[in-house]
Design a protein. Structure first.
Length: 397
């Protein structure tokens, strides 16, 4: 196991009905939050009115910003940051899915620095990059089990002018408080519930397959998270009001990106790096983009670590292999992943999303520029260079 420095300063209040505590707990943080949320979902479900009422009862006077898009834009984050400064907001509440919470982190940084959020995001070539040193306190209230932004130090922002999607990261962006109430996720639409489940699995399996060091405990954590999602996601799809399923998925989401699962084994995030380019160009759901690319990435990488794929197949899907051909057994594990994706309507190809190959070259260049850290490849058991990225894209057509 590699050495690591584990930090999780976020207080997490978890459980059905715990949103009732938001007024009392936020009162300990400040009196004038900027509430950051999407354009309509939180109003239509009644969640926003509920939160506003609870804050009002605690004599907290929020400023409301209801403009966050899926794949939040840098321009929207900048606008909200200016409002937070002008209104003297003393903390930020991200209410909604990963887009709202990620945007809240960018806004909290902009509100302190006064700089455009893109100045705080490293894209491989921007000379104006300024690390985030401080930010307004952040409160996260997830309404979907997906990104895990409620327990992590970063947020992903899209620049539609340059077709880039990249992260803002800093320990200053850990939420001060996250209230994870599974009851808030029952109104999450079926498609987004599915995409969220794929996102959770993707967060834990990236370093499982790409890790550079033995980490037995973390691997068992990963397998447990995957088994839990595979077990409960179909239940939440069948009955959106199943609070046991919603609770299990919500906790998997929170724990998956908290650092507990991935610390000590190294590795990289090639799947996320590729998906960010796809959704930057085509504005698709993040979870859908991950599902789209996962099988082809696994097939590309499998020959470099077939034993790890066999381990995954045995421990997650309960597969039993009768022959000693590692690559054949590894391929069966990938088939099991494909079977799961098919069962939740997420075994996809670019053609299913109306996407052709006309931007493949540009996207591959963007991936190397943003994610390869001045190398010509992304770290992966089978190094992922531009040719490899294009191979994966073409195998996904």
């Amino acid at each position: 196991m590699l050495n690591f420095d584990f930090i999780l300063p976020t207080r997490i209040i978890f459980g059905v009905g715990e949103i009732q505590k938001i007024g009392k707990e936020c009162k300990k943080i400040g009196n004038r939050p900027l509430i950051v949320t999407g354009k309509k979902a939180m109003r239509e479900t009644g969640i926003l009115d509920k939160v506003l009422g609870l804050l009002k009862d605690a004599k907290i006077e929020p400023v409301l910003f209801e403009k966050i898009e899926p794949n939040p834009r840098n321009t929207t984050v900048d606008e909200a940051g200016r409002i937070a400064r002008a209104e003297n907001c003393d903390f930020v509440i991200g209410l909604g899915g990963g887009s709202a919470m990620d945007a809240a982190k960018g806004i909290a940084a902009v509100a302190k620095s006064g700089k455009p959020v893109w100045d705080h995001i490293y894209t491989g070539e921007n000379e104006t990059f300024v690390p985030v040193r401080e930010a307004l306190p952040i409160v996260c209230v997830p309404t979907i089990a997906a990104t895990g932004s409620e327990a992590d130090r970063g947020g992903i922002i899209s620049n539609m002018e340059t077709n880039e999607k990249a992260g803002i990261f800093s320990n200053a962006l850990f939420p001060t408080l996250s209230i994870v109430d599974p009851q808030l996720t029952v109104s999450c639409p079926r498609d987004y519930t599915i995409d969220g489940g794929i996102d959770i699995i993707s967060h834990v399996i990236e370093s499982y397959f790409t890790g550079t060091s033995e980490a037995y405990l973390q691997d068992r954590f990963t397998e447990s998270v995957c088994r839990t999602v595979i077990h409960y996601l179909p239940k939440a799809m069948k009955n959106p009001n199943d609070l046991e399923a919603r609770s299990a998925l919500s906790w998997c989401s929170t724990i998956a990106l908290s650092g507990v699962v991935n610390s000590g084994r190294g590795g990289d995030y090639p799947l996320h790096a590729m998906e960010h380019a796809v959704s930057a160009h085509y504005d698709i759901s993040h979870g859908r983009g991950l599902a789209l690319l996962l099988p082809a990435l696994m097939e590309y990488t499998m020959t470099a670590r077939p034993e790890k794929y066999v381990e995954f197949g045995v421990n997650v899907f309960g597969l039993h292999f009768l022959d000693s051909d590692l690559e054949h057994a590894a391929a069966q594990s990938i088939d099991a992943v494909k079977g799961f994706l098919l069962s939740v309507d997420r075994l996809l190809h670019f053609s299913d999303l109306g996407i052709g190959d006309e931007r493949f070259e540009r996207m591959a260049d963007d991936i190397i520029k943003i994610s390869a850290r001045k190398q010509d490849f992304i770290n992966n058991p089978r190094p992922l260079d531009k040719a490899g990225i294009l191979e994966i894209f073409r195998n996904t057509l």
